[in-house]
Design a protein around this ligand. Structure first.
Ligand code: ZN
Length: 324
């Protein structure tokens, strides 16, 4: 069996040809870059990132990572990929159970959460209208809290609703996936090189327990309260650029009905600010997950409900809810 390494990608700046063309920034895989005459390009930055990938369970029950490709508007798992550095369990599983791979549509795979974070650092009340809807002031500094990695749930998985809670809410969010160790970033440092990509998170919350506990750990940290996926992608800065304020939209549907629709342009604390703020006190490791807050429109779910969170360029994270 052959595994492809994490794909390297160039961020390329096209020279102004033909005359008058605005300089463009594009992110290309190596294979794409080879097809372009380099004389017409000036190399802006080299990054060790993947374009798009997923984690899935193979037919023999082994976790795998796959590079994704767009084939006529449908995402396909095109080739196997080496597990990211932080996912030692999958690296071992692959050593012990090599097997062949055939390309398949993403929708046909049994997906797993595409992240193995050492911690999930969340940001509360990062959209003005959401802070207001729960009767809270807009925070003067980012409001950080942790969800444990044990709360992760696969795309398509069922959130188990604890009987102890009488109000469980969805919170659709864009999340950063950290690409390399990140500590005490200086104001001048480019945060882009620390971002491996983005994914979607549903920051499921037992609202009553969040309030009655005071601390948010239990209300936010229950097993299955962090659905994540379906993919990790580094978005194309030509189309969408959440780092610079959008226009990345976060849309949440409850049983098909739109409940949340926000733009990262409305974030109180933008993504690069968050990375600097968090890394000033907490060292971020590769694979760490940073959900960046939820737009207005949070609300309760009932057993049997389906919640879909859609983010520009990242697909749809769909999960159902059931009593424990
Ligand atoms: Zn949240």
């Amino acid at each position: 069996m052959r595994l492809q390494p994490l794909r390297y990608s160039f961020r390329l700046e096209l020279t102004a040809e033909p005359q008058g063309l605005k300089p463009l920034f594009r992110t290309c895989s190596l294979s794409t870059a080879k097809a372009v005459p380099l004389t017409k390009l000036s190399l802006k930055q080299l990054e060790t990132v993947t374009m798009k990938y997923c984690k899935f369970l193979s037919s023999s029950g082994t976790p795998r990572y796959a590079n994704l490709e767009d084939r006529n508007g449908v995402l396909w798992a095109a080739s196997l990929m080496e597990p990211p550095v932080e996912d030692l369990a999958t690296q071992l599983a692959i050593l012990n159970a090599p097997e062949p791979f055939t390309a398949a549509p993403l929708s046909s795979l049994k997906l797993l959460p595409p992240v193995t974070p050492s911690k999930i650092v969340c940001v509360g009340r990062n959209y003005k209208e959401h802070a207001a809807e729960l009767g809270n002031e807009v925070p003067k500094e980012p409001l950080l809290f942790l969800k444990p990695p044990s709360s992760l749930l696969a795309p398509g998985g069922t959130v188990r609703m604890p009987a102890l809670s009488k109000r469980i809410d969805y919170e659709g969010e864009l999340a950063i996936v950290v690409g390399k160790r990140c500590s005490r970033l200086s104001p001048a440092e480019d945060t882009r090189s620390y971002i491996r990509g983005y994914t979607i998170v549903n920051d499921v919350t037992a609202r009553d327990i969040q309030k009655s506990d005071g601390q948010w750990t239990r209300g936010k940290g229950w097993d299955t309260f962090c659905p994540a996926g379906p993919i990790v992608a580094l978005t194309d800065p030509d189309e969408i650029d959440p780092l610079n304020g959008g226009p990345v939209t976060v849309t949440t549907r409850l049983n098909g009905q739109v409940k949340q629709h926000g733009s990262t342009a409305d974030l109180i604390f933008p993504l690069d600010f968050l990375l600097r703020y968090i890394s000033a006190s907490i060292t971020l490791e590769p694979g760490d997950l940073i959900p960046t807050g939820t737009p207005a429109g949070v609300g309760p779910v009932q057993p049997g409900d389906t919640v879909e969170v859609e983010v520009t360029g990242l697909g749809v994270l769909r999960n159902t809810f059931a009593t424990e």
